[in-house]
Design a protein around this ligand. Structure first.
Ligand code: SR1
Ligand code: MG
Length: 407
């Protein structure tokens, strides 16, 4: 029996031939050369095409962090991703790749090939914002929030899914990398020498640390919905409308998902728009920065709110979940989203797993961009307690970016 535990471009054709469930997806007798395209921190990703134009993607988890083989990582994350992707697909098929099959024995997901899409982060870096993506992600988060929470899912079934989706090891990574390590001395952290004082300021800011502590506690305890868990712009495929096809936005790589706070995914998108805006500001493109930060987080939020309001009449227990509760729930999610945006932005500047938006800047502009993100994030985390309006918080963040830019 061949060893399929570590697939390679060379072994994928024979592997595919051994999986009857995938027999109709591609013609294994007429495959084009398989290409490994994984560029994330964790997994192998193979694009498989046949001579007739059919294709699929195989994603296999490695038993360690791809970018750091000394860091072990459970392969059970594949089963959790298959569960999450399957659930999200059932609720909102237009916003995720289709899941064709999951091979539990070999930790391989077979999913839809979205090669006609591009990763949003790369597009943002190249100055192509794909503005429509923000609202699509807002709708996706709302549909998942409603459809996987007790608002829309039978409570007995919901508890079974909560149990199946427990994701301790990957949650621990998020708890460490997002909520703890940036605020302590840790070997994962790295900043420019010129930004060391900015990090020191963060760590001695009691008000900020209190908010981060509350956010970490909520992340670890608020099992509201089966969230994506890592919804940064590198986890989003976009395809602009054209050639008779509509625009398309798909969230992929949900292996960090679990039953957590609804606001976490919104905060992740908002944080990455802040990072993209910091890049634009650093490159002297204030107009683009304004679109990215003064407009898109607001569009994200409006779409989320509108979709959740539209779904609300279908809630399962209107006897006690009245319209007044919806208002309070929305206010809580909006407040938390600003906090999670802050935490998710800080981690990309200080800690492990940085982002190309900032890292590919020259040192001169990178210094100011990093400083701007840290100070803007601090504002999001703290100012939200006085006024959690997404547009006003984002406008304040944009002003901070402009005030800290260096060349
Ligand atoms: C060790 S994994 C590092 C990061 O990559 C993923 O995309 C998550 O954001 C995680 O925190
Ligand atoms: Mg990922």
């Amino acid at each position: 029996m061949p060893d399929w535990q570590n697939l390679s471009a060379e072994t994928v054709p024979a592997y595919l031939a051994s999986v009857p469930e995938l027999a109709g997806r591609v013609d294994v007798g007429a495959l084009e050369p398989v290409v490994e395209v994984g560029d994330g921190n964790l997994n192998l990703v193979f694009v498989v095409r046949d001579a007739h134009g059919a294709s699929l993607v195989l994603k296999q988890s490695l038993p360690h962090v791809r970018t750091d083989p000394s860091w072990p990582m459970t392969r059970e994350r594949s089963a959790r991703e298959a569960l999450i992707l399957g659930r999200h697909q059932a609720i909102d098929p237009g916003h995720v790749p289709a899941l064709y099959h999951f091979d539990r024995a070999h930790y391989v997901l077979a999913i839809e090939d979205l090669s006609d899409h591009v990763v949003w982060r790369g597009e943002l870096n190249a100055g192509r914002p794909h503005e429509y993506a923000a609202a699509e992600l807002g709708r996706y988060v709302a549909r998942v929030a409603f459809g996987t929470s007790v608002l829309g899912l039978d409570p007995l079934e919901q508890k079974r899914v909560v149990a199946a989706a427990v994701n301790p090891e990957l949650c621990e990574i998020t708890e460490d990398l997002v909520f703890t390590e940036p605020y302590i001395d840790h070997e994962h952290n790295r900043v420019l020498p010129a930004n060391k004082a900015d990090v020191d300021a963060l760590r001695s800011d009691r008000e900020l640390l209190r908010e981060i502590g509350l956010l970490k506690f909520a992340f670890m305890t608020r099992a509201q919905a089966l969230i994506h868990g890592d919804l940064h712009t590198g986890s989003v495929f976009v395809r602009a409308a054209g050639d008779g096809l509509p625009a398309s936005v798909r969230a992929f790589d949900s292996e960090f998902g679990f039953y957590g706070p609804i606001a976490f995914d919104l905060g992740a998108v908002w944080a990455n728009l802040l990072l993209a805006a910091a890049r634009s500001t650093a490159l002297g493109d204030d107009a683009r920065a304004a679109v990215l930060l003064a407009e898109l987080p607001e569009r994200l939020w409006r779409a989320f709110e509108t979709e959740l309001r539209a779904l609300w009449p279908r809630r399962l227990d209107p006897r006690v979940w009245g319209d007044d509760m919806l208002e309070l729930l929305l206010a809580e999610v909006r407040h938390d989203a600003a906090g999670y945006a802050a935490a998710k932005a800080v981690r990309r500047i200080v800690g492990f797993a940085k982002v190309s938006d900032i890292e590919t800047l020259d040192e001169g502009p990178r210094e100011g961009a990093a400083r701007g993100v840290l100070r803007a994030a601090r504002g999001l985390a703290v100012l939200r307690n006085d006024d959690a309006d997404v547009a006003r918080l984002s406008a304040a963040a944009l002003a901070v970016l402009r005030g800290t830019a260096t060349r």
